[in-house]
Design a protein around this ligand. Structure first.
Ligand SMILES: [Ca+2]
Ligand SMILES: [Ca+2]
Length: 245
């Protein structure tokens, strides 16, 4: 990127470029004429995506007016090694509320906004049981990868922690996202709450045992006309759970 701005020698200027979405690194800035050089000679500054600033060296200083701009740019860019840069759209991964026994699933997208190959070497979380697919991959510049995060919610509770993405981005060897999940008791089939107290519990079980083998439609959960083994299996599935609403 040539002719973007005039270098003012301050780090804050680099940050201002980084804050702009239309700027890609490395970029080239005009540093102005160096004292003692001919009028048509200007110095150039190379700014890497990580904010490292390299001054054009002797022999790379060039006369812009002489039409050799492109060659100078090419030469200067060669001085900066290609650099990967990780970018993740999300900073927070929120699974919301899921039922116990269900598997929660979310996705994140990882993009390489740098100039070198980005190696993602691992994705991990301190929330136990969370898995990532894929968790290792390589992205060419401008390449992106969607990662599926799954959480098998066997335990009821509120879970929060971090997701760490490890890569060869020299600025962000570890990119950290926050993650949260609420796992609630799966809601029960309301038909199994025979006593209507909102929970399928032991009193419902005793009522069911009493009605077993009868044709009492209240206990005939599957509606086949008999209170039988299939109703018992449906009852077992609902046992211990709360009825929604
Ligand atoms: Ca009940
Ligand atoms: Ca039945």
């Amino acid at each position: 990127m040539f002719g973007l701005d005039v270098w003012n020698g301050k780090r804050s200027q680099v940050q201002s470029f980084k804050d702009r979405t239309d700027v890609t690194f490395p970029l080239l800035l005009n540093a102005g004429r160096i004292a003692g050089t001919p009028f048509n000679m200007e110095d150039l500054i190379v700014v890497g995506h990580d904010g490292i600033v390299g001054l054009s060296k002797s022999g790379l200083r060039s006369s812009i007016s002489a039409g050799s701009t492109e060659a100078v740019v090419e030469n200067l860019l060669k001085q900066i090694p290609p650099m990967p840069a990780i970018a993740v759209q999300q900073t927070v991964v929120d699974f919301g509320t899921i039922d116990a026994g269900q598997t929660g699933e979310q996705t994140i997208t990882i993009t390489n906004t740098g100039t070198g190959s980005l190696e993602v070497t691992g994705i991990e979380s301190n929330v136990s049981g969370m898995t990532f697919e894929p968790s290792t991959f390589t992205l060419v510049p401008n390449g992106s990868q969607t990662v599926t995060i799954t959480f098998p919610s066997s335990t009821v509770g509120t879970f929060s922690g971090n997701i760490n993405i490890l890569s060869n981005d020299p600025d962000r060897v570890t990119q950290t996202l926050s993650v949260s999940i609420i796992v609630k008791v799966a809601s029960a089939n309301p038909r199994a709450d025979f006593d209507g107290d909102g929970v399928v519990g032991i009193t419902d079980f005793l009522l069911f045992v009493e009605a077993f083998g009868s044709t009492n439609s209240k206990f005939d959960i599957d509606g086949d006309g008999v209170v039988g083994i299939t109703d018992f299996l449906l009852f077992v599935e609902a046992f211990g759970k709360t009825v929604d609403g």
